[in-house]
Design a protein around this ligand. Sequence first.
Ligand code: DP6
Length: 329
Amino acid sequence: MSGPTMEASARACANIALAKYWGKADVKRNIPAVPSISLTLDQLVTETRVRFDPSLSSDLVRLDGRRATEAEADRVVAMLDRVRREARLRLRAQVSSHNHFPTAAGLASSASGFAALAASASAAAGIRFNARRLSALARASSASAARSIYGGFVELPAGSRGDAELAARPIAPPGHWNVRLVVALTDPGKKKVGSTEGMERSRKTSPYYEAWLDQAPKWSRKIKRAIKERDLDTLGEAMEQSTLAFHCCAITSAPPIFYWAPATLSALATVRGLRERGVSVWATMDAGPHVKALCGVGDASRIRQALDRTQGVTRTWVAKPGPDIEVHR
Ligand code: DP6
């Protein structure tokens, strides 16, 4: 297959895990060991264009206008190889991806990045995957990316070894519940231990990893129910427990992984202080120092102001439930 039309682009939104994924049941196939639930966010977007080109002798990968590092390019090429196998295609590709938010700093750019790459590469190769197959394809590169195929509230079940078709599925569309996520950036630097490495280190060395595997499904079930019932306090409480439990695994790994900065604790104190004054607001953090506060639409600007005034918080913004991935051929 070749020709001038082997080009496509995709636009995917990042997601924030409400119930966290941390740990793999199958490292090679990238199968999560725990179920996770996320909210797709409208403000954090990756746009990726892929062109298969007969004149290329190797894949060319550009991220935010610069050449990808070797490690970044390896993960992109692994995805292109999967698509090429599926499409029985040999052509090399040019990939150009733009993040409309700070990358690799715990803001889940790998989720929107690999979702957009899976969709644009398969469309460019002429494969018409449905959302479920696309989600499984994205999951093979980065499990959180499986969730960014869908808008709104999304779940990714736990899998078992060899479960190559494992995919995310939608729980509720973005319009189901008008919540807000106030993102407080606490440190613009790149994170030091990526989540793939961090969760493997936790699995191998944290004495609390087994307890995490045992407890995580319970928080997931609670969060799913709370989403259906639009019960922010129940959701928020379970989300904070899921967050702190996975960070506990990271911190108790050997060597320990501290994703937090001093400003992370300050922002957490701000959220707790607001809650003590009667505001329904709940915090979560991923594999980075930033704090994201989940709240109702009416409280978002007050919470944003409080986080803006918090020592060490460099930038804030307010995200809404975001849409499904878009593909343009
Ligand atoms: C803490 O999806 O980045 O953000 O599958 O190894 O690519 P890989 O991991 P990734 O892990 C995300 C971890 C998390 C929690 C979450 O998003 O569920």
